[in-house]
Design a protein around this ligand. Sequence first.
Ligand code: TRP
Length: 334
Amino acid sequence: MSAAASPAVAQQFDRRVGAAVREGLAARPKRLPAWLFYDEAGSRLFDAITELPEYYLTRTERGILAAHAAAMIAQAAGDERLRARLRIVELGAGSADKTRLLLKAATDLQETVLYEPVDVSASALDEAKERIKREIAGVTVTPRVMDYTHGDGGRLHLGPVDCRERRLVLYIGSSIGNFEPQQAQQLLRRVRAGLETGDSFLLGVDLVKEDSILLPAYDDAAGVTAAFNRNLLLRLNRELDAEFDPHAFAHRAVWNPTESRIEMHLMSCAAQRVRVGALDLTMSFAAGESIHTENSYKYKPGQAEALLAETGFRSEATWTDTRGWFAVCLGRAE
Ligand code: TRP
C-alpha cells in the first residue's frame, strides 16, 4: 500500500459504510440504508427538518406530550397504593428535546428521576445530558452509547434496577415508522425481553392521513429535506472518495398507499456513471433510475396497539391530537 497511489480518504474509510454502500448499490432496485443519513451534517439537517412548517410530526407529538405528560407518567407509575418509582430509558434519544416534558412530569411526581438516554451518537448524548442538567432539577442523566437495534442475543441490556423501581422506556418521534413491519416487531420483542413484567413502554407513531399533508412533510418548499436526502451522496463523496454530483440526483418523496408508507428516493436525472474510489467501483445509473433511501410507515388507528399486543405488552392507553394525526401509546410488559 503506497500513500501516493491512493488518497488518504480511501485508506481510512469506515468498513461498515463501505459494506453498506457496496451491498445497497448492487441491489435491484438500488438502495442505501437510512442510518447513513445521520452524520454530523445530516443530524443538523434533520434538526432543521423538525422545525419546518410542513413537518407536522415533531410539533404534533410535542403538543400531545405537553397536554398529557402528567397522565402518561402517572399511568406508567401505576395505581397510587402500589406506585413504583420510575426510571426512564429513551431509545434513540438524539437531542432529547420533547423528552423534557416527560422528565418534568416525572420530577413533579417523585422529585428525582434517573434518565438513561440510549443513542449511537455519543456527541448527541453529551449535549442532551448538559442541557437536561441545566434545565431540569432532580434528573440524573446516565447516557448509554449503544445500537439498540442490534446484537446482544436478542435482548436490550439495560442493567438492574432497585426492587421498588420500574422502567419506562420511551420510543417517541415516530422512529418506529422507519422500520419494516417485521423489523418493528423484532425491535419491540428485543425491548420486551430486556424488561420486567410491570415495566412500561411509550411508543410514538405517525398516523395515516391525506397525502396532501403527508407529502409536503417529506418534500418541503425550502428544500431542506432534499438537502438531507442528497447529503447521503456528499457523505459518500467525503468518506468513500466517491464522485457523485448531488444535483444530478433529484429528491423524490412518494406515498405508497398499499404499503402505507412514504418512500424517499434519489432519482438519477440522466444516464450516468459514478466512481466510488475507496471501493474501486464504478456504478451505472439509467435516466430515471432511483436509489431508495428511506421508508416512513404511517400507522392506521389501532395498529400501534396491535403491535404492542403482538410483542408482549398490554396496550393500556393512547393519546392523540385533535386532528388524529399522531398517536402516543403506552404498553405494559406482561
Ligand atoms: N423519522 C423521520 C420520519 O420518518 C425521518 C425523516 C424525516 C426522514 N424526513 C426524512 C428520512 C427525509 C429520510 C428523508 O419522519
